[in-house]
Design a protein around this ligand. Structure first.
Ligand code: ADP
Ligand code: MG
Ligand code: ZN
Length: 500
């Protein structure tokens, strides 16, 4: 049994490697995190020599190079962040001019944003752009049990940066410190804050000392997803005084990132990356990279030479919801799930034509079945009607079950929860029959209003779905047979009116 599992895992790894080579995947990208891990381990065990503990980034073509090969053209979306960072970098790039004008050198840039949005990537691109040697460390590497260790590691890191820049005959070095919030949390928040303070103080001292060292200019680029946790001392002028926000990409950004990562992969002619960008709201750059990789694996499994739209669709679902589970449903459960999902899909399509991207009853980690929706545009504001529409889509699954089977099931628990959240949002935005309310609204009144909003939408959905039972039965039967339906196919079956 165990052997069997091992064989599968090994097979998968080999397949992935073969695929990586076929598609020209740059293996050095894999080697980089591995080497960083190894270095980290060496560092922690404290066995490495004084020099060489922080290795220059190993990037590009596999050979060792001190300046990373990543350029800003490999960073998708993030136009604002790129512009701000580039502007900050002119200080390094044109240091003689800025010095002539008496501008004090910029010492620190802080990249703030959720994981996987390209902060590390941008730091490397910054090093490439300014022809600086690049050293990377993570906040957690500095935090040790023994007092003083962190501080001496900070000193070492700066020293190493100078040595390497001199050795490589570069005028500047970029020190990238990931998870800097570990290093510079608000003081007094930690049990062993003495150690944190010493490390942080050393970092600040080193950054302050940076301009006296004219031979090698050092820029510290910090990354965190929680700027609010940082000690204010870090963000004072003369330290990390540039804060660059690196957010999740919008639709155009996602398309850009998809194109970058699709560049080395063979795509079939029918592939429309724009559609995938529309369906992946909330995905980070790392998610999108992984999506294309999964799609390639999918194509490999199917024995195809090119990646098709179908592979991409499968990959979106895999990245979003995890691996298919081999949970076996009873036949009556499968039917219930099918009708439930078709209920969601029909209402979704009526509320927002073209909004259904796919319907499936293949269960994955977190769901028995689901519909995926494509957003026309990323939205940040919702009107009353849009919220009511969203509530209708939520309750449609349960209502459909009730119409077909006479009663509902526990499968709708998540939907109900979501509907309640939407209704609460309406109440507190002043969009409910209560009008403007204060945040200390009596819980009883809140509950009654929420229940009333949801009940009214259920009634409307019931009416709409009851008139379409024939179409619904036809679509559900098809879904039970095929397990998944694409959005266009679904729209055709729903009366052939709106084909996008
Ligand atoms: P972060 O440091 O913000 O957590 P990384 O820079 O480590 O994110 O991103 C991890 C991987 O995800 C990158 O190596 C790249 O393949 C992909 N990626 C993330 N953001 C982008 C982006 N904006 N453009 C292109 N690829 C990206
Ligand atoms: Mg990172
Ligand atoms: Zn549901």
């Amino acid at each position: 049994m165990e052997k069997w599992v091992k064989e599968i895992a090994l097979g998968g790894a080999v397949a992935a490697l073969v695929l990586a080579v076929i598609f020209g995947f740059d293996l050095s990208l894999l080697l980089f995190p591995l080497s960083m891990l190894a270095l980290g381990a060496m560092f922690i065990s404290g066995r490495g020599g004084l020099a060489g503990r922080f290795s220059p980034a190993r990037l590009g073509g596999g050979e060792e190079s001190t300046v990373p090969a990543v350029t800003f053209s490999q960073v998708g979306g993030q136009e604002m962040a790129k512009r701000e960072l580039l502007e900050a970098l002119t200080f390094l790039k044109e240091s003689s001019r800025t010095r002539q004008l008496g501008i004090r050198p910029l010492k620190g840039v802080l990249l703030v944003g959720p994981p996987g949005t390209g902060k590390t990537l941008m730091a490397k691109a910054a090093a490439n752009y300014t022809a600086s040697v690049f050293l990377a460390a993570s906040g957690s590497q500095f935090v040790q049990m023994y007092a003083g260790v962190g501080a001496s590691r900070v000193r070492q890191l700066f020293k190493e940066a100078r040595t390497q820049a001199q050795r490589a005959k570069k005028a500047s070095a970029i020190i990238f410190i990931d998870e800097i919030d570990v290093l510079g949390p608000k003081r007094g928040k930690n049990v062993s804050h003495l150690e944190y303070d010493q490390t942080l103080n050393e970092l600040l001292t080193q950054m302050d000392g940076v301009d006296s060292e004219q031979d090698v200019q050092i820029l510290v680029v910090g990354a965190t997803n929680r700027a609010d946790l940082l000690d204010p001392a870090l963000t004072r002028p003369g330290r990390f005084d540039r804060i660059v926000q690196v957010d999740l990409p919008d639709k155009a950004g996602r398309l850009h990132i998809l194109k970058i990562h699709a560049a080395n992969k063979p795509l079939a002619e029918d592939v429309c990356l724009e559609k995938i960008a529309a369906q992946t709201q909330g995905f980070s750059g790392a998610h999108l990279e992984s999506l294309l990789n999964e799609a390639a694996i999918c194509a490999l499994r199917a024995g195809r030479e090119r990646i098709e739209q179908e592979d991409l669709r499968e990959a979106v679902e895999k990245v979003m919801l995890g691996e298919k589970s081999n949970r076996l449903l009873q036949q009556d459960e499968r039917e219930r799930v099918a009708y439930h999902e078709v209920g969601h899909a029909v209402i979704s399509e009526l509320v927002g034509p073209g909004s259904v991207a796919s319907i499936t009853i293949v269960s994955r980690n977190r769901a028995l079945g689901y519909i995926r929706r494509a957003s026309q545009d990323d939205r940040y504001l919702y009107t009353r009607d849009q919220l009511l529409g969203a509530i209708q889509v939520c309750v449609a699954g349960a209502v459909m079950e009730e119409i077909i089977f006479g009663q509902r099931s526990t499968g709708a628990a998540n939907d109900i929860e979501q509907a309640v959240q939407l209704a609460k949002r309406m109440v507190f935005s002043g969009l409910s029959p209560l009008g403007i309310v204060s945040s200390d609204l009596a819980p009883g009144v809140l509950n009654d209003t929420v229940a009333q909003i949801i009940r009214e939408q259920e009634d409307r959905v019931k009416e709409v779905l009851a008139c379409r039972v024939d179409e619904v039965r036809k679509i559900a039967a098809h879904l039970l047979q095929e397990e998944s339906l694409g959005g266009d196919e679904f729209r055709l079956m729903l009366g052939g009116r709106q084909v996008s």
